[in-house]
Write a protein that binds this ligand. Structure first.
Ligand SMILES: NC(=O)c1ccc[n+]([C@@H]2O[C@H](COP(=O)([O-])OP(=O)(O)OC[C@H]3O[C@@H](n4cnc5c(N)ncnc54)[C@H](OP(=O)(O)O)[C@@H]3O)[C@@H](O)[C@H]2O)c1
Length: 334
C-alpha cells in the first residue's frame, strides 16, 4: 500500500506561558511504501495530557523535550493496516507512543497488542491506561486504606476520577474538588464521591474546613499551588500527600514561591511522596489484573470527553488548561 497521506501535529515554537494554536502546525506527510520488518498503523484514538506541556519547554526534565519542527509524541491506540513483520497482521489493535498523527510506520518492538474485546478502545488511554495507572499507583504509594479520608484535587479529570473511584472501592471517605458545578455533580452522581465542591466558588481551605472539619488523612495532589497550601492546613497528624501533579503551575513563566504553611509538614509530621507513573511499569500486570477486573465487573467506569479529528487535537490539548474535559480527554482520529 502506498500514497497514504498522514496529517500530523508538529511543535512550531516553544510556548511562553499558556500555549496557543500558534505554537503548533498541522502538516502532511506522504508515507513511503512499507519496508520489511515494519508495521503500518492507522491511529484510532490518541491521548492529550498535561505532562506534554512540560515537554514543550527546552531543558532537562524526567522526560526529553519535544523537538521543534517534529511531530509531537504521545500514547495512541491504532489498527494495523499492513504488516511486513510476523508479529502483527492487518486488523490487530496496537498501543504505541506515536500519537499526534493519523498514520505511522514502526517496528514491532514499538507496539503492544491490545484486545478488541474491551470497548471503547480509548479505555487503554484512560481508566485502563496511563492515567488510570497513575491513580492506582498513587493510592498504592500513599498506602491508602479503608477508613482514610482522602481529598483529591483535579478530581473530575482523568487521574482524579479514577483515583476517587478506586478509593471508594478501598472504602475510604472521598472528597473531590473540580472547576464547575457540572463536574461536582459528575463526581457525586457518577463517580460515587462522598463530597465534592467547586473550588472556584470559594477558597479551598474554607470549603475543606466545612466538608472535613476533623481533617483529612491523605491529599492526592493534581494541582499544586493554592490547593496544596489549603490541603497542608487540612491534613491530620501523620497525614500523607501523594504528589502527582501541579497543573496550576505548568504555564507559569516564573517559579512560584512554595506554600506559606510548608512548616505544617513538620508540625503535623506529614509524609510527601512524589510519583512518576513510569516508575511503576514493572507492576503493570498487577494494575491490569486489579483495575481491569473492576472495569470488567462494572465496578469502575471509564469517563471521557471525546474530541474528533486531527485538526482538533491542539484544541483538545489546550482544553486541558481551561477545564474543558470531564474524565479523560480523548482525541478520536478515525
Ligand atoms: N506523576 C505522574 O506520573 C502523572 C501522570 C499523569 C498525570 N499526572 C498529573 O496529574 C494531573 C492530572 O492529570 P490528568 O491527565 O488527569 O488531567 P485532567 O485532570 O484530566 O485535565 C486537567 C484538568 O486540570 C484542571 N486544571 C487545569 N488548569 C488548572 C489550574 N490552573 N488550576 C486548577 N485546576 C486546573 C482542569 O479541571 P477543572 O475544571 O477542575 O479546573 C482540567 O480539566 C496533572 O497535574 C498531571 O500532570 C501525573
Amino acid at each position: 500500500m502506498s500514497n497514504i497521506v498522514s496529517h500530523e501535529v508538529r511543535l512550531a515554537s516553544r510556548p511562553a506561558g499558556l500555549p496557543s494554536s500558534a505554537n503548533f502546525i498541522l502538516a502532511k506527510r506522504e508515507l513511503e511504501p512499507l519496508p520489511d520488518q515494519q508495521v503500518l498503523v492507522r491511529n484510532l484514538f490518541m491521548s492529550v495530557d498535561p505532562y506534554m506541556r512540560g515537554r514543550m519547554n527546552e531543558g532537562k526534565s524526567y522526560i526529553p523535550a519535544f523537538e521543534l519542527g517534529q511531530p509531537l509524541e504521545g500514547r495512541a491506540v491504532g489498527e494495523v493496516i499492513e504488516s511486513c513483520a510476523k508479529e502483527f497482521k492487518a486488523g490487530d489493535v496496537v498501543f504505541s507512543n506515536f500519537g499526534w498523527r493519523e498514520y505511522f510506520m514502526a517496528s514491532p518492538k514499538a507496539l503492544r497488542s491490545v484486545s478488541r474485546e474491551i470497548q471503547p478502545l480509548s479505555v487503554y488511554l484512560g481508566a485502563l491506561g496511563m492515567t488510570g495507572m497513575t491513580a492506582w499507583a498513587g493510592l498504592n504509594l500513599g498506602e491508602v486504606k479503608a477508613g482514610d479520608v482522602i481529598y483529591i484535587s483535579g478530581a473530575a479529570g482523568a487521574v482524579g476520577n479514577v483515583a476517587g473511584q478506586l478509593a471508594k472501592l478501598r472504602r475510604c471517605k472521598v472528597i473531590g474538588s473540580a472547576g464547575s458545578m457540572e463536574k461536582v455533580r459528575f463526581l457525586r452522581d457518577e463517580c460515587g464521591f462522598d463530597i465534592a465542591f467547586d473550588y472556584q466558588t470559594g477558597p479551598v481551605s474554607e470549603q475543606l474546613n466545612v466538608e472535613a472539619p476533623d481533617g483529612i488523612d491523605v491529599y492526592f495532589d493534581n494541582i499544586g499551588g493554592a490547593t496544596l497550601e489549603a490541603a497542608l492546613s487540612a491534613l491530620k497528624v501523620h497525614g500523607r500527600i501523594i504528589a502527582c501533579g501541579g497543573i496550576s503551575g505548568y504555564n507559569e513563566e516564573q517559579p512560584r514561591p512554595g506554600p506559606a504553611n510548608y512548616f505544617n509538614v513538620t508540625t503535623q509530621r506529614l509524609t510527601i511522596k512524589g510519583m512518576i507513573v513510569s516508575d511503576w511499569l514493572g507492576r503493570q500486570g498487577e494494575f491490569e489484573k486489579e483495575v481491569g477486573g473492576y472495569f470488567r465487573a462494572g465496578k469502575l467506569k471509564n469517563h471521557e470527553t471525546v474530541v474528533e479529528g486531527i485538526d482538533q487535537a491542539v484544541g483538545a490539548f489546550l482544553g486541558l488548561f481551561a477545564g474543558k474535559n470531564i474524565g479523560k480527554m480523548i482525541e478520536k482520529l478515525a
